[in-house]
Design a binder for this molecule. Structure first.
Ligand SMILES: *Cc1c(COP(=O)(O)O)cnc(C)c1O
Length: 197
């Protein structure tokens, strides 16, 4: 469940229905909510992460879904080692048309993976990929972009991430999760569709 911008009361209501996995897109909000809400919640970071903020979440974060460049990946590794843990992460891939959307460019990622520096960063365990489709009403465009991410996921699993932990394909939000699931998502990030009801 994506709990960004939701009050503690809203989150507690969903928590009481059994939900334990929540995603936030800002470190500041996440830290405040974590202190106020039950300790058995698993927090995922789903938004842009600045390198200098990794240290605040490294001790407890369940997963960082938004690793979008190499320096961030390395910093997560460093802070994970300091915190004496391994942090599950997803690589965020740019599939949308908008310039503004974050994520690795696929060709550049392939080049960087081939260089291999990341292989030493054992504080990070890469569990899969995350992507966001374009802001468009065009459902076929969404489908095309999700399919691109699925293809990328299969490719990386065959080439660089052969371990069983590489298993998560996070795509789909309230508007487009049905198409995302049809195209192979096994983690969806739903906010407004749950909290609005
Ligand atoms: C806000 C957000 C979502 C959820 O969006 P809804 O439309 O509220 O379901 C999913 N992923 C990311 C990265 C977000 O920032």
């Amino acid at each position: 469940m994506v709990s960004k911008k939701r009050t503690d009361e809203e989150i507690k209501r969903v928590y009481q229905e059994g939900q334990r996995l929540f995603g936030e897109n800002r470190v500041q909000d996440l830290l405040l909510k974590k202190d106020r809400l039950p300790a058995d919640i698993q927090w995922h970071l789903i938004g842009t992460l600045q390198r200098n903020k990794v240290k605040y979440i490294a001790p407890f974060i369940s997963m960082i879904q938004s690793v979008d460049d190499l320096p961030l990946w390395q910093e997560i590794h460093r802070q994970a080692i300091k915190a004496n843990r391994v942090i599950p992460c997803l690589l965020q891939i740019k599939i949308a048309r908008e310039e503004s959307k974050e994520g690795f460019d696929r060709e550049e990622l392939h080049r960087q993976l081939a260089e291999g520096h990341w292989r030493q960063w054992n504080g990070v365990s890469v569990h899969g990929l995350m992507g966001m489709a374009s802001l468009t009403p065009d459902q076929e465009q969404w489908r095309h972009e999700f399919r691109t991410l699925r293809t990328e996921f299969d490719y990386l699993r065959e080439t660089h991430f052969k371990g069983p932990e590489f298993s998560v394909l996070s795509m789909g939000m309230s508007a487009d999760y049905e198409i995302a699931i049809e195209e192979g998502a096994n983690l969806v990030r739903i906010g407004s569709a749950v909290f609005a009801s």
